[in-house]
Design a binder for this molecule. Structure first.
Ligand SMILES: Cc1ncc(COP(=O)(O)O)c(C=O)c1O
Length: 418
């Protein structure tokens, strides 16, 4: 996909003329883009406006609060239970503030640091500490300083730690279980999750120790088959029955998909309907309160990445960008996910597409996106690429390797999305 920045902007206005681009191209005149304060969402209408105003040297994440709010409302309206947010997907202040404004006040957290970050945006935020493995210090600090009253675990050693530190009078212990066979781009069952047999034992042990008890699973991130949720819900019902323990809740995890390239997945509402009907079928009139903890599907589409092309080797079809796998594009080197990308240019000359290898800016040969990407064959230094669906696992996993990774976040009403 190609967008001539002289031709149009997202709101239809021609806000970028050649003169403006030429003037802005001078490094001496480059405007620094300052990360906005959490509540200041005044910004740009489109990525093209950002490009014309700054021709940014550093990568820019174009953040749309409107898109994020709409996605939060979609979950709140459609999911048949409580919606919490998995902070690990994006712990940015603007993102958290927007989610809180939309009405989310319960957060799935993986660490004490995440708790502190969330509390800075929402003083009375409630936490589900669903990282299955925690140190004693982490459990104790979560329980005493942050008032956490819900913890996940998946083995007897972790249960013992929780039993020694938390009071059964006010704490819910949540057994995380797993099923074999993944229906997701990112399989989560290899590191965490008790087998169904182990889950029965753990659930009963927690119940017998006097704790309120619940079950949780994660079907894997970017789960492409809603039936994965049905299968896990069926297993949860069996575990509960076999343990002889009623659940105070069933947390169906994250895993809901966001829109990436070549991605023709069912709508979120299909996932919600599947979950609702599976719970009623398998729990037969004793459906526990349902909870979800999406990360990717909530925040993925609210950001695009605007990144400068710094060098091209036309003969070998190689393009070098100002950001790469040690920056916000890391996830695309670890999974089969492929982002949609378009080229932004000042001027209309643009040849038919050709395949290019895309490299990041560091000296490491690993710093390249797997496979090739179709870009206009005359892609050149001074062009920009814009990647869609960059709100999840982008800033969260970005490093400063080789001195890169300085990404700015700019409010943009209408970033590139698919
Ligand atoms: C316990 C837990 N819940 C929720 C999530 C969010 O998953 P997703 O981004 O696929 O929705 C994760 C991701 O790692 C997780 O570990």
């Amino acid at each position: 996909m190609f967008l001539d920045v002289n031709e149009r902007t997202a709101n239809g206005a021609n806000s970028c003329n050649t003169q403006a681009v030429a003037a802005a191209a001078s490094p001496a005149l480059e405007q620094p883009i300052v990360e906005p304060a959490p509540v200041n969402f005044a910004g740009y209408n489109s990525t093209v406006e950002v490009l014309c105003a700054h021709r940014p040297h550093h990568p820019v994440l174009c953040f749309s609060q409107d898109i994020l709010t709409a996605q939060a409302e979609r979950f709140l309206a459609g999911f048949p239970g409580e919606v919490t947010y998995a902070v690990k997907a994006n712990d940015g202040a603007q993102v958290l503030a927007a989610l809180v404004k939309s009405g989310l006040t319960v957060f799935d957290v993986a660490s004490l640091e995440e708790m502190a970050i969330v509390r800075a945006q929402c003083a009375d935020a409630e936490f589900h500490y669903h990282n299955p493995v925690k140190s004693r210090l982490e459990i104790e600090t979560a329980y005493r300083r942050y008032g956490v009253r819900q913890f996940a675990f998946d083995d007897a050693g972790e249960f013992e730690k929780l039993r020694q530190i938390c009071s059964p009078d006010d704490t819910t212990l949540v057994v995380r279980f797993r099923l074999e066979g993944s229906h997701a781009v990112h399989d989560f069952s290899s590191k965490f999750g008790a087998s169904q047999t182990e889950a029965v034992t753990l659930l009963r042990a927690a119940h017998d120790a006097g704790f309120a008890t619940a079950l949780t699973f994660h079907p894997g991130s970017q789960c492409f088959n809603p039936e994965a949720y049905s299968q896990h819900i069926a297993a949860a019902a069996k575990i509960s029955l076999a343990a002889g323990v009623d659940l105070v809740s069933l947390n169906v995890g994250g895993g809901f998909p966001a829109a990436y390239a070549q991605n023709n997945l069912p709508a979120l509402e299909t996932y919600f309907d599947t979950i609702k009907s599976a719970a009623s079928i398998h729990f037969k009139g004793r459906v526990p309160p349902l909870v979800c903890e999406p990360g990717r599907a909530l925040v993925g589409s609210c950001m695009s990445l605007l990144v400068a092309v710094k060098h091209v080797r036309p003969a070998t079809g190689e393009v070098f960008l100002q950001d790469g796998i040690y920056g916000t594009l890391m996830e695309f080197s670890q999974t089969s996910l492929r982002p949609a990308v378009r080229l932004l240019r000042n001027g209309t000359e643009c040849q038919a597409p050709a395949s290019f290898q895309i490299y990041g800016p560091t000296c490491d040969p690993l710093d390249r996106l797997p496979g090739t990407y179709e870009l206009p064959s005359d892609v050149q230094e001074g062009d920009y690429l814009e990647f869609a669906t960059m709100g999840a696992y982008s800033t969260a996993t970005s490093t400063r390797f080789n001195g890169y990774g300085d990404v700015k976040i700019v409010p943009v009403r209408d970033p590139f999305r698919i």
